[in-house]
Design a binder for this molecule. Structure first.
Ligand SMILES: Nc1ncnc2c1ncn2[C@@H]1O[C@H](COP(=O)(O)OP(=O)(O)OP(=O)(O)O)[C@@H](O)[C@H]1O
Length: 227
């Protein structure tokens, strides 16, 4: 018999979320992202896509008002500090620490529950293998191509053992061919780990590749938006 409780609790539930600015609702979400599924958020610049992501990640600017709950694997994390939510974040910029080697960037993100230098290094090496960057442990991040940096950023997220992933236009700086490759790798790795993914994008091709549900955010009214 299936374990109904576990089935219901699995994934990331966005329960009746509405975020507003100056009394006007910007963005709403009422979705469950199942394990390994992608929910895509699309809309024009300034419509509130990153604001929704910030609310789920726990770093919403206090200028906004929000209601609704974020439930991860059956646990309400709406009021938890960001570091206790276990979100794997990927942004447009890979944000690698330039003063550390590639391996150093990864070891830094390995949870403290993994004890000892050798064990932490082994986790980082395995993650590099997972993103097809074997042998890159001692490389300086500045010497990597854009696609390689994006893959290191993905490996760094994966070693941190996230419970879900929040992606804010992580492919938009890559050119077309590379973009397809990195996108495939990100979705594939998230799928293998059964991680729910929220993807913010402007790009129809991203939404198509994601293949899951879609939230289309309306343009924010105001000067320059024809309203
Ligand atoms: N701290 C803040 N105080 C007031 N308004 C803000 C603040 N941060 C963002 N905004 C406004 O909130 C709206 C939503 O911003 P948000 O960054 O979520 O848009 P977006 O859809 O992600 O845009 P883009 O695609 O350009 O990244 C914008 O109009 C923005 O100017």
């Amino acid at each position: 018999m299936p374990d109904t409780h576990t089935e219901q609790a699995a994934g990331l539930r966005l329960d009746g979320i509405a975020i507003s600015l100056d009394g006007r609702t910007l963005v709403e979400a009422d979705h469950t992202i199942g394990p390994g599924e992608v929910l895509t958020v699309m809309g024009p610049s300034g419509s509130g896509k990153s604001t929704l992501l910030a609310f789920i990640g726990g770093f919403l600017d206090p200028a906004f008002a929000a209601c609704g709950r974020v439930i991860c694997e059956g646990v309400d994390i709406t009021d938890a500090p960001p570091q206790e939510r276990h979100a794997g974040l990927l942004f447009q910029d890979p944000l690698l620490f330039p003063h550390m080697s590639v391996g150093g960037n990864l070891v830094f993100a390995v949870p403290q529950t993994v004890r000892g230098r050798a064990a932490r290094r082994a986790v980082a090496e395995a993650a590099l293998g997972d993103v097809e960057l074997e042998g890159f442990f001692d490389r300086d991040p500045d010497t990597l191509s854009g696609g390689q940096k994006a893959r290191v950023a993905l490996a760094r997220v994966l070693v941190s053992e996230p419970r879900f992933m929040l992606l804010d236009e992580p492919f938009s700086k890559l050119d077309a061919g590379l973009r397809d490759q990195v996108r495939r790798l990100v979705f594939e790795r998230a799928g293998v780990r059964r991680l729910p993914v929220l993807l913010v994008t402007h790009d129809e091709a991203d939404a198509k590749a994601a293949g899951g549900a879609l939230i289309e955010v309306e343009p924010a009214p105001g000067p320059g938006n024809g309203s």
